[in-house]
Design a protein around this ligand. Structure first.
Ligand code: 4GT
Length: 264
């Protein structure tokens, strides 16, 4: 998959992709990253990319000519790409959107703004507007890098052989938060790794992890609990379920009630 950033600050992109997992993904040819700088398409002596807003107001607005010339150049290089402008007013990024981009396999052109924003007319050259959350930043580069990072994790081989993005928080098949993880030492300053993780009973470990996922989700993001799961916890099952499963949900209900997580 190829990612092309239309940006006035290509060094910020190049720096960000020169570390760790993304660096390795590029080296292994799993993703390609490039930049086009609208400043390279200015025609005046001062290489002007911004100007004052019509109607008055503070700050500067990105002029349409260099930006649209840069987007056209980007589309010549990646004719099939989806063109995404990063802006606070766009659709809010969610894991669902990340997976949609990843599974489409379509290349992405990110259009990054700066200053007070874009001349409105540039959106005629853009397929969609995307925001990473409800806050304002100084530029679209960090949001674009976040989108690329989140998408790249789904490309086979990017995370390495033994791990997969599909298993992480927000991507687990059950839509719950991740269970807690521990590594050595067993005792860190009196904080001890739960016994169940150390005794090697894989069925017990799986049940413990599932419970921890459900509890963490009730505690931190109750709106993410799937209604069918809540029903099962309350003892209502749509079809046939084993005794083991019934016992599992009964125990889970008991623990959620004891921890004050179930009602209210
Ligand atoms: C926030 C976001 C974003 C900005 C976001 C154009 C000038 C927009 C600066 C840019 N702030 N871009 N994509 N929440 N600021 O995604």
């Amino acid at each position: 998959m190829r990612f092309l950033f239309v940006t006035l600050f290509p060094e910020q992109i190049e720096q960000a992709v020169s570390h760790s997992i993304i660096k390795r993904a590029i080296a292994n040819g799993l993703i390609q990253v490039s930049c086009i700088n609208p400043r390279d398409f200015t025609t005046d002596r001062h290489h002007t990319v911004d100007d004052t807003p019509f109607g008055g107001g503070v700050g500067m607005v990105l002029k349409p000519e260099p930006l649209v010339t840069a987007i056209r150049k980007a589309k010549e290089q990646l004719p099939e790409a989806r063109v995404i402008a990063l802006c606070p007013g766009g659709r809010t990024l969610k894991q669902e959107i990340v997976e949609e981009y990843a599974h489409s396999g379509q290349d992405i052109i990110f259009v990054c703004g700066h200053y007070e924003g874009f001349d409105e007319r540039i959106f005629n050259w853009v397929d969609e507007k995307l925001s990473i959350g409800d806050y304002v930043l100084t530029g679209g580069e960090l949001p674009a890098l976040i989108v690329m990072d989140a998408v790249a994790r789904f490309i086979p081989g990017v995370l390495g052989k033994l791990t997969s993005a599909e298993e992480d928080s927000f991507s687990a098949a059950d839509g719950l938060l991740e269970y807690p993880q521990y590594t050595r030492p067993v005792d860190f300053e009196g904080l001890v790794v739960p016994e169940v993780l150390r005794n090697g009973n894989h069925a017990h470990i799986a049940a413990w992890r599932k419970k921890q996922s459900v509890k963490a989700t009730y505690r931190l993001r109750p709106e993410l609990i799937p209604p069918e799961l809540e029903q099962a916890i309350l003892g209502h099952f749509p079809g046939k379920v084993s005794k083991t499963e019934k016992r599992f949900y009964a125990e889970l209900r008991q623990e959620l009630e004891e921890e004050g997580l179930l009602h209210g």
